[in-house]
Design a protein around this ligand. Structure first.
Ligand code: Q46
Ligand code: ZN
Length: 312
């Protein structure tokens, strides 16, 4: 099979676009998909400072690379969770990328070390507060990522969620009719109030398989193993189901998720009203000042509980 663009020998087939590309044209295709996502969802401009959450996996490192290649000012933010060999290997991948591609392109890598800043690794913290590891991890990562973006005056926070992630999340939200989540699921979440940075997902037009291929084609080394704490059995099941549908009928995932975005766009006027209502419920956390709907934000509650457990 030949490349749809330049007619030389193709290296990868993209059935959902009825296309095949050689390595160079595939890289251009990926860059073009991200550029279209940034433009159509008004994510950011060339003067904005972007903070990219990097985990060492294929999606986040591909995202950082693509943004730098497209000429954006993108820095990295890595959270060292203190999960033994997994954290060591993922940190190595992030550092290696930063040293060879990020820093030479003018980018900076920020690192937050949970053992040092929160006083214990993520597993120990979760045990202390009697909560599942992933929910403790999510609270800390969301809080510290937002805090780093706000304190260091970034215009926007970017994460590496891809089409498979977003389609699986949408399927879960639809199956359980989580209307609140459905209203807020999208590639751009505006900065709601002072203290909450804007959040974007520039990879929502690309699949997991395409991002893995992009890393291979562009010599980006990434950590292949999943976090050992990952229990997302349900998300994996949704991804499997969607992959089966995709094999039978290429394009299903994108019709499903992009179709949802199209409908959401039409509803935008009313959802903006909803966002305003949500904002009215927010006020500063009594401990740290970050916006929250409760008296104290979930991060401060978690840390207060951990301290009580240690001292009591
Ligand atoms: S990193 Fe954290 Fe994930 Fe590991 S502990 Fe769970 S939430 S699985 S994305
Ligand atoms: Zn707080």
């Amino acid at each position: 099979m030949n490349c749809t663009k330049c007619k030389t020998k193709a290296a990868i087939k993209i059935p959902r676009h009825h296309a095949a590309f050689c390595r160079g044209c595939f890289t251009n295709f990926v860059h073009d998909q991200v550029a279209r996502a940034i433009k159509s969802e008004t994510m950011f401009g060339k003067d904005d400072r972007i903070l990219v959450a990097v985990s060492g996996g294929k999606d986040s490192l591909a995202l950082w690379n693509i943004l730098l290649k497209l000429g954006y000012k993108a820095d990295g933010f890595y959270v060292d969770l203190g999960i033994g060999g997994y954290s060591e290997r993922s940190h190595t991948m992030v550092r290696q990328f930063a040293d060879t591609i990020g820093v030479p392109s003018g980018a900076v890598l920020h690192t937050h070390t949970v053992e040092r800043e929160e006083g214990a690794g993520i597993k120990e913290l979760a045990q202390l507060v009697h909560r599942p590891t992933c929910s403790t991890c999510g609270t800390i990562k969301r809080y510290q990522f937002n805090r780093a973006a706000v304190v260091q005056e970034y215009d926007v926070m970017a994460t590496g969620h891809n089409l498979d992630d977003e389609a699986a999340r949408l399927l879960g939200n639809v199956l359980h009719w989580q209307e609140d989540y459905l209203d807020k699921q999208g590639p751009t979440l505006p900065a709601s109030v002072d203290g909450f940075a804007k959040k974007v997902k520039p990879l929502y037009r690309l699949s997991e398989r395409e991002l893995a291929a992009y890393c291979v084609v562009n010599n980006i080394q990434y950590i292949v193993d999943e976090c050992p704490m990952a229990q997302g059995a349900r998300t994996l099941l949704y991804k499997e189901v969607l992959n089966r549908l995709e094999t039978e009928s290429p394009g299903t995932k994108q019709y499903f998720y992009w179709g949802f975005l199209e409908k959401q766009r039409k509803k935008r006027a009313s959802s903006e009203g909803m966002l305003e209502r949500d904002q009215a419920l927010l006020h500063p956390c009594s401990a740290c000042g970050q916006p929250t709907t409760a008296e104290m934000c979930s991060y401060c509650k978690l840390m207060a509980r951990a301290k009580r457990e240690v001292s009591g």
